[in-house]
Ligand binder design. Structure first.
Ligand code: NAD
Length: 355
């Protein structure tokens, strides 16, 4: 099997833990990847005094695929999100976030309707309210503006991506999510482009929902939705909501796809309060990894790793704190949570049995 060179960005906060455990699992599965490690965020500040050094970007751009852990973004000030900047630099304009229930029945005992959820959120990643065009207005910071940029070109490519994704993956419906009742120009343009492009795909059903209604619908009847296409901020919020349907941020994978590059990272952030404790669930990072393996054409390796993860979760012997809590809240069992290192060892033990 050919060896793939992939950029590894460990990230910060819990990132280095969950990425290193995933690399360990991949090694146990003999995945033919050679990692090119690039540091961004806090480790880069410590070494180079810059969270996103120019040399790091040059190295990243030499390879088509990036596997990354989360990176912290200072809140209410400080440097611009490194995640947003990386997506923009590599023009990975489509954030593809599948929300698919795991084959782990006990996870859905509390809310049985979240069993068999299978939807995909396609979020635009280069414009919208994440444009970075923002400023204070007037004296003494008496007002502030963030510009919501929606272009016809940006809308066309993300909407076409969603319909192509639907066709390729045999999905039946694409739903545009917007707030065009209030933001009549930006939302209106997105919606107008959506129905223009929908005409090119007569084999796929198209409808739209206002975002607030969509949030409620996802909680009540997620099975009615299939592929959702939306703008940057709305997609960010809805995909965390969708992660909650399938078991939480600890199990939700994600990817950022462009024409030249792809970045694979979990939905969750760097959860700084848990950094260094080796307690958070590495499953989201691991499933993000199998998502990447499928992208690279290594379906068999991805299947094996996923089976090992699902076996470990189904056995319910060694679970991280978030899963142990779900088990307890559902009244199924009260088990002592283990560290994510111990969880990973158990996944590797199961993987060796399945090999
Ligand atoms: P977060 O996703 O880091 O954490 C929110 C909560 O979710 C945590 O407190 C924890 O309870 C739970 N959680 C997250 N990951 C988990 C895991 N693997 N296992 C178990 N539970 C988990 O969100 P936040 O606290 O809002 O953000 C923290 C930082 O991460 C911020 O700086 C934010 O900007 C950044 N962030 C980065 C990315 C990214 O790198 N792509 C994505 C989202 C947030």
């Amino acid at each position: 099997m050919a060896v793939h060179k992939v950029v590894l960005i460990p990230g910060d906060g819990i990132g280095p833990e969950v990425t290193s455990l995933t690399v360990k699992l991949f090694e146990a599965a003999d995945v033919p990847i050679e990692w090119v490690t690039v540091e961004l965020g806090e480790p880069a500040i410590e070494k180079y005094g810059d969270p996103f050094p120019e040399d790091a970007l040059k190295t990243i751009k030499n390879y088509p695929v990036v596997f990354k852990g989360p990176l912290t973004t200072p809140v209410g000030g400080g440097y611009r999100s490194l995640n947003v900047r990386l997506r923009m630099e590599l023009d990975t304009y489509a954030v593809v976030r599948p929300a698919k229930s795991l084959p782990v029945d006990w996870l859905y005992v509390d809310v049985p309707r979240y069993k068999n959820v299978d939807l995909v959120i396609v979020r635009e990643a280069t414009e919208g309210l994440y444009s970075g065009v923002e400023h204070f207005v007037g004296r003494d910071r008496c007002a502030a503006e963030t510009i919501n940029i929606i272009t016809r070109k940006g809308s066309e490519r993300i909407i076409r991506f969603a319909f192509e994704y639907a066709r390729k993956n045999k999905r039946r419906l694409v739903t545009a999510v917007h707030k065009a009742n209030i933001m009549k120009t930006t939302g209106g343009l997105f919606l107008e482009v959506f129905y223009e492009i929908a005409k090119e795909y007569p084999d796929i059903e198209a409808n739209d929902r206002i975002v607030d209604n969509m949030a409620m619908q996802l909680v009540l009847k997620p099975h009615e939705y299939d592929v959702i296409v939306t703008s940057n901020l709305m997609g960010d919020i809805l995909s965390d909501l969708a992660s909650g349907l399938i078991g939480g941020l600890g199990v939700a994978p994600s990817s950022n796809i462009g024409d030249k590059y792809a970045i694979f990272e979990p939905v969750h952030g760097s959860a700084p309060k848990y950094a260094g404790q080796w307690k958070v669930n590495p499953t989201a990072q691991m499933l993000t990894g199998t998502f990447m393996l499928r992208y690279l054409g290594m379906d068999e390796k991805a299947d094996l790793i996923e089976q090992a993860i699902f076996k470990t979760l189904n056995e319910r012997k060694k679970l991280t704190y978030d899963m142990a809590r779900t088990l307890r809240n559902a009244g199924i069992a009260d088990i002592e949570p283990v560290s994510n290192k111990e969880f990973t060892e158990e996944v590797i033990r199961n993987l060796k049995e399945l090999k």
